[in-house]
Design a protein around this ligand. Structure first.
Ligand SMILES: Nc1ncnc2c1ncn2[C@@H]1O[C@H](COP(=O)(O)OP(=O)(O)OP(=O)(O)O)[C@@H](O)[C@H]1O
Ligand SMILES: [Mg+2]
Length: 241
């Protein structure tokens, strides 16, 4: 589905150049559930942004199916983001002036879905994430876990192939975090490919594959099995340091 070849990303801050990714190659197949872990500053968010076509690399190749996305215009990139990807961030990023269902419907506006159909689908998605009683609530009237569920419903609005999460459980309590994780696992069971950037070994343990970054390089890529615990993931991470 996705193939990254020798991806480099350099940030220029004044006279300083920071190499956030120093040549990362990675293949992601349809149906995978992948956790990306590693120390703070190792390039995880940078990698996720590039995977989600929110940012372009300095060099390297990014093949989505057979299209090299590094050659596309901004307009084509935003079409690809809209059609293929759903994003879930740590800070939910809901629009405060929109009700829950309107937040979920927003990506469909961009995709030119008809108004009646937008509402119907937004309501159905909020049912799916267990929020049928919260359709007309504004974000500040919802708990953190509920806001993240709205964000997941919004990520599903255009029926994405791939969900990209950057610390999606980072702001949540253990109980809420488990619920969100359960939901993401369920979506993966339904065939959606999931990539999660996380510091949380519990999240890592739910994935089927663990990729570890260090100093902008991919230093480990291993399968995770159901029998593996969060402690096992922690041990793996420590071994990388
Ligand atoms: N917009 C930017 N401008 C300049 N440097 C940046 C920018 N974004 C990230 N960096 C630098 O690139 C490196 C990788 O950052 P990145 O955000 O990908 O790390 P991360 O692994 O997600 O860290 P964390 O776990 O703390 O979120 C860091 O050294 C960071 O300081
Ligand atoms: Mg980050």
């Amino acid at each position: 589905m996705i193939e990254l070849k020798d991806i480099k990303k350099i940030y220029q801050l004044g006279h300083n150049k920071i190499e956030a990714l120093g040549g990362v190659s990675l293949k992601i197949n349809r149906g995978e559930m992948l956790a990306v872990m590693g120390p703070s500053g190792s390039g995880k968010s940078t990698l996720l942004h590039i995977l989600g076509c929110l940012d372009l690399p300095e060099s390297g190749q990014y093949l989505l199916e057979d299209t090299d996305i590094t050659n596309l215009s901004d307009k084509e990139l935003s079409r690809i983001r809209n059609e293929h990807f759903g994003f879930v961030f740590q800070a939910y990023n809901l629009l405060p002036e929109l009700k829950a269902w309107e937040n979920v419907a927003l990506p469909m506006v961009i995709n030119h879905v008809k108004k009646a159909e937008r509402k119907e689908r937004a309501v159905a998605l909020l049912h799916k994430v267990g929020l049928k009683e919260r359709l007309n609530h504004f974000p500040n009237q919802l708990s953190g876990g509920e806001q993240q569920r709205v964000a997941i419903a919004r990520a599903l609005a255009n029926d994405p192939d791939l969900i990209l999460g950057d610390e999606p459980t980072g702001n949540l309590s253990t109980v809420q975090s488990d619920e969100i994780l359960e939901m993401l696992c369920q979506l993966n069971e339904e065939g959606v490919t999931v990539v999660l950037v996380t510091h949380d070994s519990n999240v890592g343990a739910k994935a089927k594959r663990l990729v570890t970054l260090q100093d902008g390089l991919l230093v480990r890529d291993v399968p995770i099995e159901k029998r593996h615990s969060a402690e096992y993931i922690t041990t793996l991470l420590q071994a990388a340091n």
